[in-house]
Design a protein around this ligand. Structure first.
Ligand code: ATP
Ligand code: MN
Length: 457
């Protein structure tokens, strides 16, 4: 259909005085004796376009004025009577699709919980339109950030046979019906599509290392799958994962890239989505703009795990799970550190090796590994990363300690045999980032169709 985007009609001064067609959905209708006003949105602009109807000159099909109806309007672009931008003086309004009164998105503000029950319609609200504009802008900025720095964009497999990291959290991939006759797991999977047990990847990191140890700097940006039973506001069964992997990098370099990326993304969203961020600041998280501006311009904190435990131990009485050296940090501890102690994003570094993965670089103290989690107020962990163990013997012994099946990791070990280099990387949960910049408190509200336990709408 030949028509002009509302964004252009609103903002382009040289369109004033010309005639054009816009298409959109009716967001409000106001009527008076002589004139009526339709507000339309077509997704290209957060502010809507006001269509002015001179009732003496034009009679309008009532169906065209119903909330949610889709219409095409031919009219003249004029400077807005009030405020900035342009509006449209209607000459002809035609109905594209009518919208009956049982339309569940009504003008009165509904709850996010209710909207979660109609995920196919919730994008027609201001809140969700804004969330997905921000999400899209942030995704573009991720690609731009890495592209400008000469990282390769790699696509790692989603189906994988390695279940080291995801043991227990891995979704299985199979074409086989249930077969009770098999005596062992191996026998069962032998007849399966791949001939071995396969699953959906929980992370592209191990494959990312293959690329980084050949072409230097890479990143992946795709879905990861985790069958975690935790019914939280921060976990999805299917989420989008940004995973840079960098050769010739040690833990401080990894931290530097993570901080730079986060600031770059925040700036991109602030500059490219001013209307949306203003909306979130007013209706979702008061003070959001100040928070983001502050974060984008100040240094993140860095704190050793051991030091973090010292701080937390003094506060043990306030926690559901008291901590001591060796404890995994729970969400309550992460939030306390970033919200109360540091009051800004903080990288916690050098965790006990027992609570982290086999591939992380072992520190000289023999007790900790060169891992880092970035914790941010309101969310807790947003990034998890590490320097990887580049020493063949040390990696092998860490795998043996964990009784891992070494034959499955021949390729991974090979990367330490042929020209091994210090390298590292991190994983940023894309939805957690979108939560952080929009102030949305539930991860289910920042992805189109969220998947979690017992929910696959
Ligand atoms: P958490 O402790 O919060 O469960 P994790 O330590 O299991 O996270 P990592 O394996 O370090 O997570 O993954 C890297 C990043 O991916 C996390 O920092 C987080 O932002 C994101 N992430 C991890 N699991 C999920 C999930 N189930 N849903 C959404 N994002 C996730
Ligand atoms: Mn983590």
């Amino acid at each position: 259909m030949k028509h002009t985007d509302i964004y252009e009609v609103l903002n382009k001064q040289d369109l004033v005085g010309s005639e054009t067609v816009v298409c959109g959905w009716v967001r409000t209708f106001r009527d008076s004796a002589q004139v009526a006003f339709l507000e339309l949105s077509d997704g290209t602009s957060f502010p809507r376009l006001q269509v002015v109807i001179d009732k003496n000159a034009l009679s309008v099909d009532p169906e065209c004025t119903k909330l949610g109806a889709s219409v095409a309007v031919r009219g003249e672009v004029v400077k807005a009577f009030k405020g900035e931008g342009n509006e449209l003086n209607a000459k002809e309004i035609s109905l594209l699709g009518k919208c009956p009164p049982e339309y569940p998105i009504q003008k009165k503000r509904t709850t996010l919980e209710f909207l979660r029950t109609i995920p196919h319609l919730r994008l027609r609200t201001n809140t969700f339109a804004a969330v997905f504009r921000v999400r899209s802008v942030a995704a573009q900025a991720i690609h731009r950030f890495f592209h400008e720095r000469r990282y390769y964009y790699m696509n790692t497999p989603l189906i994988t046979a390695s279940d080291c990291e995801g043991a227990g959290e891995m979704f299985r991939v199979t074409t086989q019906p249930w077969n009770a006759a098999c005596k062992t797991e191996e026998e069962y999977y032998k007849n399966d599509f791949f001939g071995v047990k396969a699953g959906l990847s929980v992370s592209g990191q191990l494959e990312g290392e293959i690329a980084a140890t050949a072409v230097g700097k890479i990143y992946t940006f795709g879905p990861s799958f985790r069958a975690e039973n935790s019914n939280t506001t921060r976990h999805l069964a299917e989420f989008w994962h940004v995973e840079p992997e960098i050769a010739f990098a040690e833990l401080p370099d990894v931290i530097e890239v993570a901080e730079e990326l986060l600031k770059y993304l925040i700036n991109a969203v602030l500059t490219e989505c001013p209307d949306e961020i203003k909306f979130f600041d007013s209706f979702v998280e008061k003070g959001l703009i100040e928070k983001l501006t502050h974060v984008a311009t100040s240094d993140f904190a860095v704190c050793e795990y051991t030091k973090a435990i010292e701080i937390l131990e003094k506060e043990n009485s306030r926690f559901e799970f008291p901590v001591k050296w060796g404890s995994d940090l729970q969400s309550e501890h992460e939030k306390f550190l970033t919200e109360q102690v540091f009051q800004r994003p903080v990288f916690v570094t050098n965790y006990p090796k027992e609570i982290k993965s086999f591939y992380m670089k072992q520190n000289p103290d023999g007790k900790t590994v060169a891992a880092t989690d970035l914790l941010v107020p309101g969310i807790g962990e947003i990034i998890g990363g590490s320097e990887r163990e580049a020493d063949y013997e040390k990696l092998l012994s860490a795998m043996k300690e964990r009784n891992m099946d070494l034959s499955a990791y021949k390729q991974y070990l090979d990367l330490r045999v042929f020209g091994s280099v210090p390298h590292g990387g991190f994983g940023l949960g894309f939805e957690r980032f979108v939560m952080y910049v929009t102030g949305m408190e539930n991860i289910r509200d920042v992805i189109l169709l969220p998947r979690w336990t017992k929910n696959i709408m």
